[in-house]
Design a protein around this ligand. Structure first.
Ligand code: PLP
Length: 461
């Protein structure tokens, strides 16, 4: 809490004076007094003036069971009374062990062929979870025979977003982020994403028979001896604008990775922990990746924590005598942080206790049915939804799918309107995104959806 004696206005000035905000043009930020959030409760946020807002972004895709959930709060307090941090370098700690076991229990598995994830490597954010997957996959091939050592390249998708560190930006496919930093990035092989609304090969789903995947297969075939891995955001490319893939696509990618001996990395940083209606997006298609990156929802939106899960086979490749130096030389100061792990354990316990996933299904259906008619609105190009990841793409011309010029900031204007009506949203360009905490009550969900609709109508009128 801020010092009670300090004027809100003063604090706002200090924010503008001292803080460099992420993904923010600070020249603009300095012109408008910021909204300072001081409290949260359930799906409601309260600002420094006492104004309430609904949290329509799950505090940027991380919150699951609402703010100040008593069970997670209690678990954190209990852990603070034991120890807040101890290292995993040379020592172990209890919460990280309990959490690892739980994560592996709920991770996607398959019976035939029998496959499962068997090891957990901790870090502290989505970008590092991806970096770790990338390095583990790369090293895996380096510890095989001479031929496999040529496998050094990664295949990734156009429009993909995997985080902001140099490795994860290299894997990403958002041009804007590559403009300035291109020279720093390593080379990856980009393949077209299965984005049906603007099909990269100009076909129509389903008559296309998912022809876009042939491109991916051709690339895999051509580069199989140089390719270490393929990284994919399963079911939905989130930051790209919530671009959903057609059903069955993910499963086909899994089969191709197996056929061409390329490790499959599933980036479930956004989709993990129930966001798509199942615990992990891979479960929708019975897919078990070779590596899986988790973060965002892992602690229910409480603390920064991440995990990279992998298979016994990959782990085993790193085993050897000390002097062989096959050790995975990677780790962070806060790897396996006990507080973060305690929050994550409590997060999973709430999933069970409150039957979060079961109760979520009716809410997913409600949103689907309520916003479906909006597809007829003059400036709604497409509505996309994967569970509780909901997106409405606005276009200037519905027939030609002509996007609004980005400078018009239609998404931003909709969010401004929504904020005035008491709902916090954050757009992705011309795409209006709604991603409520999974715990939201039906009445609040109705309010959120109707505010989104009103804001879109107002701005596109
Ligand atoms: C957010 C996100 C990341 C990066 O996570 P950070 O914690 O912001 O570093 C990586 N991959 C996907 C799919 C994401 O949505």
């Amino acid at each position: 809490m801020p010092d009670k004696l300090e004027e809100p206005l003063n604090i706002k000035k200090k924010d503008q004076h001292f803080i460099w905000h992420p993904f923010t043009q600070m020249k603009e930020w300095e012109q408008e007094p910021p909204t300072i959030i001081v409290k949260g409760d359930g799906v409601t946020l309260t600002d420094i003036e006492g104004k309430h807002y609904l949290d329509g972004t799950s505090s940027l895709w991380v919150n699951i069971h609402g703010h100040r959930h008593p069970h997670i709060d209690q678990a954190l307090l209990a852990q603070i009374n034991q120890i807040s941090h101890s290292t995993l370098l040379g020592l172990a700690n209890l919460p990280s062990i309990t959490l690892a076991e739980k994560l592996l229990q709920i991770a996607p598995t398959s019976e035939s062929p029998p496959e499962k994830l068997a090891k957990v490597f901790y870090s502290d954010n989505g970008s590092t979870a991806v970096e770790v997957a990338l390095k583990i996959a790369f090293g895996f091939w380096q510890y095989q025979g001479k031929n496999e050592r040529r496998k050094k390249l990664f295949i990734s998708f156009e429009n993909a977003y995997h985080g902001d560190t140099i490795g994860s930006v290299s894997l990403g496919g958002i041009d804007l982020f590559h403009q300035t930093y291109g020279p720093l990035l390593f080379e990856t092989i980009k393949v077209p994403a299965p984005t049906c609304y603007r099909c990269p090969i100009g076909l129509q789903y389903p008559s296309c028979n998912m022809a876009c995947i042939d491109e991916v297969e051709k690339t895999m075939q051509a580069h199989q001896h140089q390719c270490a891995g393929l990284i994919i955001e399963p079911l939905i490319q989130a930051a790209a604008g919530m671009l959903t893939a057609p059903p069955g696509y993910l499963k086909k990618i899994r089969a191709l990775c197996t056929r061409y001996n390329i490790l499959m990395i599933a980036d479930e940083v956004a989709t993990g922990f129930g966001r798509t209606g199942k615990m992990f997006a891979c479960e929708h298609e019975g897919v078990v990746p070779d590596l899986m990156a988790l973060s965002k929802g892992i602690t229910g939106g409480y603390l920064p924590l991440a995990a990279t899960l992998t298979t016994q086979r990959i782990y085993d490749a790193y085993l050897g005598e000390y002097a062989e130096f096959k050790t995975f030389f990677h780790g962070h100061s806060y790897t396996g942080n006990p507080l973060g792990c305690a929050a994550a354990i409590a997060n999973l316990e709430v999933f069970e206790k409150e039957e979060t996933l079961k109760n979520l299904q009716a809410k997913i259906q409600f949103v689907k049915e309520t916003i479906d008619p909006w597809k007829h609105w003059t400036h709604v190009g497409e509505i996309r939804q994967a569970g509780f990841m909901i997106a409405i793409e606005l276009v200037s011309d519905k027939r030609t799918k002509q996007p609004y010029a980005l400078e018009k900031r239609m998404g931003g204007l909709v969010c401004q309107e929504a904020k005035e009506r008491g709902l916090i949203l954050r757009p992705l360009g011309n795409v209006v995104v709604l991603m409520p905490p999974l715990s939201i009550e039906m009445a609040d969900l109705e309010t959120m959806v109707s505010i989104v609709g009103d804001a879109i109508k107002k701005v596109t009128a």
